[in-house]
Design a protein around this ligand. Structure first.
Ligand SMILES: NC(=O)c1ccc[n+]([C@@H]2O[C@H](COP(=O)([O-])OP(=O)(O)OC[C@H]3O[C@@H](n4cnc5c(N)ncnc54)[C@H](OP(=O)(O)O)[C@@H]3O)[C@@H](O)[C@H]2O)c1
Length: 423
């Protein structure tokens, strides 16, 4: 019987783990991870969400499998299992649904209400769906959570004001550098985060150079976002020109190395600030040891956001109340799903019987009148429908209320066999 289904959430996020720890939990090959989690952690369905601030696993399971999840995650990343103790959070059912709603509504984001997370979650469920890692339960859950999250964002206006990782980074630079307007600014990367940084620089009237591996892409970027495109190679050998550098790429190695910055600082008589917005980081943390260099990354942005949060606290309270209500509704629809295989099976069996008996009767009557045939058919349908619909609705209700014994009994009464399960 499909009872005692659990929705689980295992996560490592910026709340518990600084960036240099967080990045270690990154899952590089998601497709492979899906297979591993299903095979070795007893997850029937799973969805992985990875952003710069979090690596999260949602799953559907019938067993207690926290240890098995840790084991698989450790195997995939090559980490020791002990490190999960301090960094991983694990919740189930109601709490897992609650957390997903916090994610979709932007309440768990470092920058409260930022837009990016919603797109990232949509992409995650789309690709999980595509590779059949997720199924009926998680697909339904995510679709609903995305819809609820969008509604909460729109009605509360939590994302208003254009606060983003980009504007936070620029603000951090302003707080640390005097007369920023007179300084040379460089932005590395043409992706989503660079766009946010560029927008904020533009709005505040700072001019900047921009670079990425392909000059063409930088040129296109600058046409719409402002900034002057410069060649990548030129930048890599000439960091000394710059006083402030934002790095936001997905390069899988240190793009800004200690050697390059050490060389740059030899030919420079003022300081340099570097903001690494990437996860995994793309600036070697050793550059922070070079005299005159100040390195900041997502950790410092998180600290800064913490300070800004108070002003939005009333909104947060309102949203938390909405989420609490929505969780119960969501939970009921998830539990309802548990009874669907049984309900579908019963309807299918009864429909088979009805059709068989109807055809038998038609043959015996040798009836040709279409109108009469129709009436007889409608009669069989009406009888079946009125007998079955009440018990079926009661089964769904029992499932919503988690009455496992009643569902078990219904399964026996209707001779429901586990191998018939639809999912
Ligand atoms: N999205 C968010 O909400 C968010 C927030 C904070 C931090 N972050 C972090 O910021 C970083 C960038 O995220 P994003 O969303 O902007 O990514 P994105 O839209 O995918 O853009 C990636 C950028 O990285 C560049 N890049 C990739 N591999 C490179 C390499 N080997 N060498 C040089 N450049 C390379 C790409 O350049 P090409 O065009 O040449 O490929 C592109 O400009 C990530 O580490 C992410 O974790 C993201």
């Amino acid at each position: 019987m499909e009872m005692n289904q659990k929705i689980i959430n295992a996560r490592v996020t910026f709340r518990n783990s600084p960036i240099h720890i967080l990045e270690k939990f990154t899952i590089k090959n998601v497709e492979n991870a899906y297979e591993e989690f299903k095979k070795n952690s007893e997850l029937d369905e799973c969805v992985i969400i990875q952003t710069c601030n979090r690596i999260e696993l949602f799953g559907k399971t019938k067993t207690d499998n926290l240890e098995k999840i840790k084991k698989t995650w450790a195997k995939i990343t090559g980490l020791d299992e002990e490190i999960f103790q301090e960094n991983m959070e694990f919740v189930e059912n109601q709490e897992a649904l609650h957390h997903l709603l916090k994610l979709t509504s932007g309440l768990d984001s470092m920058v409260l209400g930022e837009e990016q997370i919603l797109g990232q979650i949509k992409n995650s469920i789309a690709s999980a769906r595509e590779s059949k890692a997720s199924g009926q339960h998680l697909n339904t859950l995510f679709d609903k959570a995305i819809r609820i999250g969008t509604r909460i964002r729109n009605s509360s206006g939590i994302g208003k004001g254009g606060i983003s990782v980009g504007s936070m980074a620029v603000k951090l630079a302003e707080e640390n550098i005097d007369e920023l307007k007179t300084k040379e600014i460089l932005l590395i990367g043409t992706g989503e985060v660079s766009t946010l940084v560029a927008k904020s620089l533009q709005r505040r009237g700072y001019s900047f150079n921009l670079t990425s591996r392909t000059l063409g892409r930088s040129e296109t970027f600058c046409e719409t976002m402002g900034g002057n495109p410069v060649k990548f190679e030129e930048v890599l050998s000439g960091f000394n020109k710059y006083d402030l550098i934002f790095v936001a790429t997905t390069a899988p190695y240190f793009l800004v190395t200690q050697q390059r910055i050490a060389d740059a600082m030899k030919n420079k008589n003022n300081g340099m600030m570097i903001l690494d917005l990437s996860n995994p980081r793309t600036v070697d943390e050793k550059v922070a040891n070079i005299i005159g260099v100040k390195l900041m990354n997502l950790d410092q942005i998180a600290e800064m956001v913490e300070k800004n949060v108070n002003s939005r606290l009333t909104k947060v309270k309102t949203i938390e109340n909405i989420i609490r209500e929505e969780v119960s509704v969501l939970e009921a629809s998830m539990k309802r799903l548990d009874a669907e295989p049984l309900v579908t099976d019963v309807f299918k069996n009864i429909e088979n019987i009805r059709e068989k008996e109807f055809n038998k009767a038609l043959q015996m009557l040798d009836e040709k009148d279409e109108k009469k045939i129709k009436i007889i058919e409608e009669l069989t349908k009406a009888v079946v429908e009125s007998i079955v619909s009440t018990p079926m609705n009661n089964i769904r209700k029992a499932s919503e209320q988690g009455q496992a014994d009643l569902i078990e009994l219904a399964g026996k009464l209707f001779d429901y066999k586990k191998q018939n399960q639809a999912d």
